[in-house]
Design a protein around this ligand. Structure first.
Ligand code: HPA
Length: 234
């Protein structure tokens, strides 16, 4: 048992998918896994374990933002036997070449968060994906005829930034998209010696102002799920 995850040690698989939305965790468990069992419901942050193509996989909601994902990922790495964590989420495009519904594989994550400032005392750590997972995810997507965009993203603390044009500085340095969790996931994976990857669907564009409908997000999401699950069991 952890503070925020009410599961016994063996309840959680070595490979886990991490959506921000706990109801997305429920949806994945019920639609993609066989024999799903809910192992936690503390604060409604649902977690399930089931079987995908013969292998055990878990799926756990993390909430939004670095402080929230930090709590869940710390507990998953410290208190359970999680070796491989794959975030599945959405991101806002900040480069014009990124289009709605594009699949982004985050190679590295810059951040404006205070978390790593606090952790590293002003030094700059470079949160990086596990190459093995990145390669598997890329190959899996490419084999289906998709063209994932691989590169750097930024994890921000401020969905509603004081300066709404804040993202332009990151774009100037080739950062593709903005979300709110990956820098912490990659940092914790490095700390605990585990594998982590973030797969992101572009849900909106800060460049063009376009957004996806719920239906469009669902279709793009199903493709991303296939890539995530194949990578989880690889
Ligand atoms: N900003 C931050 N996080 C996000 C966004 C965004 O525009 N879109 C999806 N996640």
């Amino acid at each position: 048992m952890s503070t925020h995850i009410a599961a016994k040690s063996g309840d959680i698989a070595e490979a886990i998918l991490l959506p921000g939305d706990p109801l997305r965790a429920k949806f994945i468990a019920e639609n993609f896994l066989e024999e799903p069992v809910q192992y936690t419901g503390v604060r409604n942050m649902l977690g399930y374990t089931g079987i995908y193509r013969g292998k055990r996989v878990s799926v756990q909601g993390t909430g939004m933002g670095i402080p929230s994902i930090s709590i869940y990922v710390n507990e998953l790495f410290r208190d359970y036997h999680v070796r491989r964590a794959i975030r599945i989420g959405t991101a806002g495009a900040i480069l014009p070449e990124l289009k709605l519904r594009d699949l982004v594989i985050a190679m590295s994550a810059s951040t404006d968060s205070g978390a790593n400032n606090q952790r590293f005392g002003g030094r700059n750590f470079a949160p990086t994906a596990a190459f093995s997972l990145l390669k598997t995810a890329y190959d899996t997507a490419a084999a289906r005829g998709w063209q994932p965009k691989v590169g750097s993203i930024v994890s921000t603390d401020m969905f509603y930034a004081e300066d709404p044009g804040d993202w332009k500085l990151w774009a100037k340095f080739g950062v593709m998209a903005v979300e709110m969790e990956t820098a912490e996931l990659y940092t914790l994976a490095a700390k605990y010696g585990r594998e982590a990857l973030s797969l992101l669907t572009i849900s909106d564009s800060l460049v063009s102002g376009e957004t996806t409908s719920a239906e469009e997000r669902q279709t793009a999401f199903t493709g991303m799920m296939e890539v995530a699950l194949e990578t989880a069991i690889s």
